[in-house]
Design a protein around this ligand. Structure first.
Ligand SMILES: [Zn+2]
Ligand SMILES: [Zn+2]
Length: 464
């Protein structure tokens, strides 16, 4: 196709290409849109197709009647239906269009050597990096199953570089904003000559066209047939696993012919079985970057701990465990099943040391409390599962109180155990599951970790 005749169209082209937007998300004069429309470069469709309750949101794919609602619409003067599932990104309604680009794709001339990174991959990482490169080059699907602390980001570099060099567009998506904020500067550093857009709620890059996009899975609601490669990090994390519209968003954002890489330390049971049966293409990194085995959790029975809490005391095992860490000044994370229990138990723990802190998802001081822990001002931090992923404290022990609670799935327990021993300077840490009856999830988690260590030994990826 011939190049676009003048600049305004080009700006619109970059803004719209690969996306599906509301008119209010297009910050250009209506005249520009009109010209492009006349050229046949614009596709418009109703935001919601079908009649309530059998309708579909054309942005997020929601089809659940409970997630639509009617409102008196100022635009058309009648009652209109809107989608509640993606309302946080602006209202998609039955009477307003979603606009997409059908004209030529933006031109992008890749730099000669996009990747500027002098680091070294471990043996385990190198094998995984080769598999990722192959999948990205040949547009295949691949699961990268890497233990917590394996160093999975570096494993993506070579593959992303090859894709960028081939003029392809790559998206790294993750369910969590924290991860977008952590990954983006790393990619910007190693790919200094290309634009890297970070997309999350309220991000300043949301209008930026970039060959490499790091986005929350939510942001992919706005994309359609945009990417030649999609890498989903923490594919097992909330809310992605439970929200099929997010999974659809990942599918929709991909071009027809697209490489797909899924990253996780804890694949779900179905995926694990498919891997074992040879039905799912995967590559495993069973060892940490620092070549020390993963700490294997120890299970300790503590009797009816809920009753003990009711009576205002800590089970003896836990008290002894706490006192030892406090006397040795060893920092620790203690996980509890929910906020209510944690708030009830907090004073019992704090009676041992008033500097003991607690944190949960709705805690307004969450960031500060995590900082205090990192600065070693807090000896022991009590937490709900919000800290099961993503946080790294160099030298800690980890305990789960009430490990039999159903919130502690195999994946949650493996992730929690993965908080210990992450630093090369302090590669070991103790992980204890305090429980009132062993569960399958606990046994599976212990087996999972032990089998990773075994695999790592077999492949010579750990030094004992
Ligand atoms: Zn929607
Ligand atoms: Zn309306």
């Amino acid at each position: 196709m011939s190049p676009l005749p003048y600049t305004p169209s080009k700006q619109l082209q970059y803004h719209l290409s690969g996306r599906k937007l509301l008119e209010t998300e297009i910050p250009f004069p209506a005249e520009w849109l009109k010209t492009c429309r006349q050229n046949g470069w614009i596709h418009e469709e109703k935001g919601i197709s079908g009649e309530y309750p059998d309708c579909t949101c054309k942005r997020c794919g929601n089809q659940n009647p409970h997630l639509f609602a009617a409102y008196p619409c100022a635009h058309c003067g009648e009652m209109s239906i809107y989608c509640r599932n993606c309302i946080m990104m602006g209202r998609v309604s039955s009477c307003l269009p979603l606009i997409s680009w059908t004209g030529p794709e933006p031109e992008f001339t890749p730099p000669h050597a996009p990747l500027q990174w002098a680091g070294q991959l471990s043996k385990g990482q190198q094998a995984a990096s080769d598999a990722v490169l192959d999948a990205l080059q040949h547009k295949k699907e691949l699961l990268l199953w890497a233990v917590c602390g394996a160093g999975k980001t570096e494993v993506l570099f070579a593959g992303i570089e090859a894709a960028i060099k081939a003029g392809r567009r790559v998206c790294v998506a993750t369910p969590r904003t924290d991860v977008v904020l952590e990954l983006t500067p790393r990619f910007r550093q190693v790919f200094p000559e290309i634009k890297v857009a970070a997309l999350y709620g309220g991000s300043p890059d949301r209008h930026l066209w970039a060959p490499l996009v790091v986005a929350t899975t939510h942001q992919l609601y706005r994309y359609e047939a945009a990417f030649d490669a999609i890498i989903v990090d923490e594919v097992d994390a909330f809310p992605y696993t439970y929200d099929t519209t997010l999974q659809k968003a990942v599918q929709k954002a991909a071009k027809k012919d697209c490489a797909r890489i899924f990253l996780t330390a804890t694949p779900n049971e179905k995926w694990q079985q498919e891997c074992q049966a040879g039905k799912r293409s995967h590559v495993m990194i069973p060892a940490r970057f620092h070549r020390h085995p993963l700490p294997v959790p120890v299970m300790k029975w503590i009797g009816n701990w809920r009753r003990a809490f009711e009576k205002g005391r800590l089970p003896g095992n836990i008290e002894a465990w706490m006192k030892r860490r406090l006397s040795e000044s060893k920092q620790a994370l203690v996980f509890l099943p929910n906020i209510r229990l944690m708030l009830k138990a907090a004073p019992l723990f704090q009676a041992l040391d008033e500097k003991i802190e607690w944190v949960h998802a709705e805690d307004p001081d969450r960031k500060q409390k995590v900082e205090n822990m990192r600065a070693q001002k807090t000896p022991i931090l009590l937490t709900t599962t919000i800290l099961e992923r993503g946080v790294t404290f160099p030298n800690i022990d980890v305990a789960v109180v009430g490990a039999e609670d159903e919130i502690f799935t195999e994946a949650a327990l493996v992730q929690i155990a993965g908080r210990a021993g992450r630093s090369p300077a302090f590669p070991s840490g103790e992980v204890t599951f305090f429980h009132y009856g062993r569960t399958k999830a606990m046994l599976k988690a212990v087996r999972h970790i032990a089998s990773m260590n075994e695999e790592a030994r077999k492949r010579g990826l750990v030094d004992e």
